[in-house]
Ligand binder design. Structure first.
Ligand code: UDP
Length: 362
């Protein structure tokens, strides 16, 4: 049986893993390596529990530090595991430091790399994840792509036969788990700021954790000013990296219309997507989920990550500026149900099929 080592480390990768691993294990042997990049219970463990993800075979316990320290330590440890396991292939998702470290460790050992969510580009190295995307793609033998724009980017970089449009495993997860949401899923919200934890009937769902928006007070302050004067409260599950800053700014500004809560599990997150009025985020995953649920989204970021979501003001870029955010939130969006650029909810099957075809051809 072909042995595949999968490397994951961060929240969005656990979500993609949940749907892909379920199909992959029907015909391949999977060895799962968790780098430890996300380690808090509600950033890691909760996803394994509620999405029935197999336990990692290895947890490397590497998190924090500079990008160089993190990637360097992961590279050393992943190489040790690969030398021991001798897999036929390495599978990585997305664009985190864990993705890059996995791909580099494997390509140096001449282990073929399969990259899921290949071809996504912002067009700037000012974004730290862009480096991970490009270097991972250029270390990979198989490029499995979510949308047509990703195929175009890869073609322009010289790739052809290795590129396959398979759809977005985030859409698979969204369809699968949306059909299985229970009413109780939203009772688990834990308020960070002391107010009673309950979900209002009408609310905005916000996440904000990108380095570009959270490395100074100023940008988050502008976002809070915008969200505080809306017609409904904002629910903001705060990434651990950003909790101290968010709580301090909320307190100083008296932004009582914004509720800071602990990060929630995946099912609670998509339940909030379904129930929210609108979504404000800097997350690549959440802006797609807003689109899947046909909820207008404002993405506070300088670059377009998912151009397919930007049609008809379904998703609009805003600067981290109060007036710009409020203007964009006030605009009317229009969703065309016939436009489905993220596939049919069965990308996991197509991913596994392409891996099978790759091995059959050798
Ligand atoms: N998400 C979650 N709990 C939260 C906030 C977000 O489960 O408290 C989910 C969200 O629904 C989406 C994913 O996490 O599926 C996005 O992950 P993240 O924003 O960390 O990464 P990105 O998509 O920006 O790479």
């Amino acid at each position: 049986m072909i042995k595949i080592c999968t490397v994951v480390g961060a929240r969005p990768q656990f979500i993609k893993l949940a749907v892909v691993s379920r199909v992959l294990r029907r015909e391949f042997q999977e060895v799962l390596i968790h780098t430890g990049q996300h380690f808090d219970h509600n950033m890691s463990e909760v996803f394994f529990e509620e999405m029935d993800i197999p336990r990692p075979d290895y947890n490397l316990g590497i998190s924090g530090g500079t990008h160089g320290q993190m990637v360097g330590q992961m590279l050393i440890k992943i190489e040790e595991v690969l030398l021991q396991e001798r897999p036929d292939m390495l599978l990585v998702f997305g664009d985190t430091n864990s993705t890059l470290a996995g791909a580099l460790a494997a390509v140096k050992l001449h282990i073929p790399v399969c990259h899921v969510e290949a071809g996504n580009r912002l067009g700037t190295f000012d974004n730290p994840e862009e480096v991970n995307r490009i270097l991972t793609d250029h270390s990979s033998v198989l490029h499995l792509v979510c949308t047509a724009s990703g195929v175009d980017f890869l073609r322009r970089e010289g790739f052809s036969d290795s590129v396959h449009l398979v759809g977005d495993p985030m859409y698979d997860a969204f369809c699968y788990y949306s059909a299985r949401l229970e009413g109780s899923v939203l009772e688990e919200l834990t308020d960070l700021t002391g107010a009673p934890a309950h979900l209002p009937d009408s609310f905005y769902y916000m996440t904000c954790h990108r380095q570009e928006n959270t490395d100074t007070d100023q940008k988050l302050e502008q976002i809070f000013q915008a969200m505080d004067c809306l017609d409904a409260p904002t629910i903001y599950p705060v990434h651990p990296r950003n909790q101290e800053r968010a709580a301090r700014l909320r307190q100083a500004g008296g932004y009582h219309n914004i509720h800071l809560i602990q990060p929630v599990g995946y099912r609670a997150s998509i339940a909030m997507v379904h129930r929210a009025k609108k979504i404000v985020t800097d997350s690549g995953g959440l802006q797609r989920e807003a689109f899947f649920a046909q909820k207008p989204c404002v993405t506070v970021f300088d670059w377009v990550g998912w151009p397919e979501t930007m049609v008809n003001r379904c998703n609009q870029l805003a600067k981290p500026d109060k007036v710009d955010i409020l203007n964009k939130l006030g605009a009317q969006a229009w969703f065309d149900p016939a436009y489905q650029p993220f596939g049919d909810g069965h990308s996991a099957e197509k991913i596994v099929e392409q891996i099978r075809v790759y091995w059959n051809g050798r």
